[in-house]
Design a protein around this ligand. Structure first.
Ligand code: AVJ
Length: 301
């Protein structure tokens, strides 16, 4: 982890992986982002689940083994339990502590569902213990987290994930769609500055993880839509020249220098389906909101 952080900070274009945005405070700030009027993905996706829940459940089939990739507070999966009736629920997230808290609450509400928490960075590898049933595995990957990968990275990730399904398995994924640029830009630069706080918080996390001495006040949030790459980019921009040190390295930044912290790719509906098919998934069903801002897709493995 330290080596990864150090390499990113020393790269010609400095970067910090978006997974480091989610320390306990970062996870809470992300939950706050999901409540913002500008941040449409969460509520738009929820509306699609709400409206097409029965169709989605029919596509997924009854009694699945639901494998939640990036479960967080497990709220999205839990809202689908009454429709999908999973036999087993496997919640995976980097932060195991956060997961255990969420799961102990859920176990009380759904005592008949077997639940397992796995603390794992599933972006690089997905290891499922033998206790995870092979019965109709449903990979659940909502929220458009797939947007953090480049399209090549997304295909590689989806191929690996598909290898964990048996022939009767499938994927239920949420993918954010391309839309007008003002809407996109505002969703990542909200009026209250919650997204700015979320982005800047990564520096506190890196200070804690790598013994770095980032002065958070010396940086500002910068987000924009990169049309050529069809992605929102989040960066942190230095407000003045400074040198930052950490365990095993240091770097000087000039005023205006940036650290790239996140990409969030936006797909056309056809490209989203293409991405899944190129990864080996088939028989895709696509549901969207009336404005086609967000797609929920089920595909067979
Ligand atoms: C959790 C990756 C889906 O890209 O929209 C929200 C993260 N970053 N606001 C996204 C995020 C800034 C979010 N994902």
């Amino acid at each position: 982890m330290l080596a990864e952080l150090s390499a990113g900070l020393c790269a010609r274009e400095a970067h910090i992986s978006p997974k480091f945005l989610y320390d306990p405070l970062g996870s809470k700030l992300f939950e706050a982002i999901c409540e913002l009027p500008e941040y449409y993905p969460t509520r738009t996706e929820a509306a699609v689940f709400e409206r097409y829940g029965a169709d989605i459940a029919r596509a997924a089939g009854p009694g699945c083994t639901m494998i939640d990739l990036g479960a967080g507070n497990c709220a999205k999966a839990a809202s689908l339990f009454p429709l999908l009736h999973p036999g087993q629920y496997v919640a995976i997230d980097i932060s195991r502590e956060f997961l255990n808290e969420s799961l102990s609450r859920l176990r009380q509400r759904f005592p008949h569902i077997e639940m397992t928490a796995l603390g794992q960075d599933f972006s690089s590898r997905l290891d499922l213990p033998a206790s995870v049933s092979h019965a109709r595995r449903l990979l659940f990957y909502p929220g458009s987290s797939i947007g953090n990968f480049t399209p090549d990275g997304a295909r590689a990730f989806l191929k690996r994930a598909r290898a964990r399904c048996d022939i009767d398995g499938g994927l239920l994924i949420g993918i954010d769609l391309l839309k007008d640029e003002d809407t996109l830009a505002e969703a990542y630069d909200d009026a209250l500055g919650v997204t700015a706080a979320f982005n800047l918080n990564v520096l506190r996390h890196v200070n804690a993880l790598a013994g770095a001495d980032f002065d958070v006040r010396g940086w500002r949030h910068f987000a924009f839509f990169n049309r050529g790459e069809s992605r929102i980019e989040m960066h942190l921009e230095a407000l003045r020249p400074m040198t930052v040190s950490w365990a095993g390295g240091s770097r000087s930044f000039a005023r205006g220098d940036r650290i790239h912290t996140e990409n969030s790719y936006k797909y056309r509906k056809s490209a989203a389906v293409g991405l899944l098919e190129q990864s080996g998934f088939q028989a895709t069903n696509v549901w969207t909101d009336p404005d086609e801002w967000f797609a929920v897709i089920h595909a067979r493995a």
